[in-house]
Design a protein around this ligand. Structure first.
Ligand SMILES: Nc1ncnc2c1ncn2[C@@H]1O[C@H](COP(=O)(O)OP(=O)(O)O)[C@@H](O)[C@H]1O
Ligand SMILES: [Mg+2]
Length: 305
């Protein structure tokens, strides 16, 4: 397994629950999409996978393992996993680029740190990668700073950095939301090409259901810090089991939603299903609500279906 998460629970410093308990399995080469609206806990999950939770929140239960190494405990093995087998593509490429560092130094730093390429210049392998990504190879371009290139080019530079160490698992946090629609499509094609060549797996965070359909074998829907539904992507999109997933799909097709309101603040959450305050199908069975039962790979459905 590339990634195994069990009973992961994250709380705010004052004890307010933000995420979980959450289980997740990702096999080598598998494509999993994580879907959920803003504030549902997607970024916290990514940060927990890398063992990089921000200040103000704590892991209060469970564990995270990537390639059989615990990621929520600092060890030398974890550092190796982070730099070589896992790679992160952030929503905003500037989060991964230092505005004061030239592109050529971004592109050589990691391979040099790992002693894969002792040369100070951009190595041949990286040049191939840049060419493939449609980035200019001329020295004048490589001497530029991140703010001197376009947003699409920045995202490609981040992708080149991420792919330079041959990772096995990519964690993509809404990687196309900062790109124009035409560039989004190119980005998806590029990634799918690399995946087929290298047998990459990924955890792809998105709220775009078309991206889920195109880029995922399985999907997990997160609401209020809980997985409300998970399973093979196509049936989940075509016949959603949970009322929240149905609502997402209706919103996607531009139909009026039957519910109104926003995701409840985490400290006002009911003990039942997190979607309860907005759900049109509420019954007694929704409280208490068990977010996950049985084998995670078999998926979960709403109690009502
Ligand atoms: N550093 C933090 N301190 C306190 N609360 C946080 C912190 N980071 C995230 N949260 C809260 O955790 C919840 C989930 O946040 P996040 O994972 O960023 O959501 P998403 O990425 O799905 O939009 C939100 O309610 C957010 O306000
Ligand atoms: Mg986020």
């Amino acid at each position: 397994m590339s990634l195994v998460i069990r009973d992961l629970e994250i709380r705010r410093h004052d004890g307010v629950p933000l995420l979980g308990p959450l289980d997740l399995d990702l096999a080598a080469g598998e494509r999993l999409a994580l879907v959920g609206e803003s504030g549902s806990g997607k970024s916290l999950l990514v940060q927990a996978i890398f063992g990089l939770l921000p200040s103000g929140v704590h892991q209060t239960g469970g564990w995270v393992e990537a390639f059989d190494v615990r990621m929520d405990i600092p060890t030398p093995e974890r550092a190796q996993i982070r730099s070589q087998r896992l790679a992160w593509i952030p929503q905003e490429p500037l989060a991964a680029l230092n505005p004061l560092v030239r592109l050529q130094d971004h592109l050589t730093l990691l391979p040099r740190t790992l002693r894969m390429d002792p040369l100070a210049s951009v190595p041949a392998r990286m040049e191939q990668l840049l060419q493939r990504l449609g980035l200019p190879l001329d020295p004048a371009f490589l001497r530029r700073y991140p703010l001197e290139i376009s947003g699409g080019q920045r995202q490609r530079v981040v992708l080149a950095m991420a792919l330079s160490c041959n990772p096995e698992l990519l964690i993509l946090d809404e990687p196309t939301s900062a790109l124009d629609p035409s560039l989004q499509e190119d980005f998806l094609k590029l990634l799918e090409g690399f995946r087929q060549e290298r047998g990459l797996g990924w955890l792809w965070i998105t709220h775009d259901l078309e991206v889920v359909a195109a880029m995922a074998d399985r999907a997990m829907v997160l609401y209020g810090g809980h997985a409300v539904e998970a399973g093979p992507a196509r049936p989940l999109l075509e016949q959603p089991g949970h009322p929240y997933t149905r609502r997402l799909r209706e919103a996607h097709h531009g139909l009026p939603s039957t519910e109104t309101g926003f995701l409840d603040a985490p400290d006002r959450r009911d003990a039942g299903c997190p979607f309860l305050p907005r759900c049109p199908h509420t019954r007694a069975a929704c409280v208490p609500w068990l977010p996950w039962q049985g084998n995670p790979s078999e998926g979960i459905r709403c109690n009502l279906v």
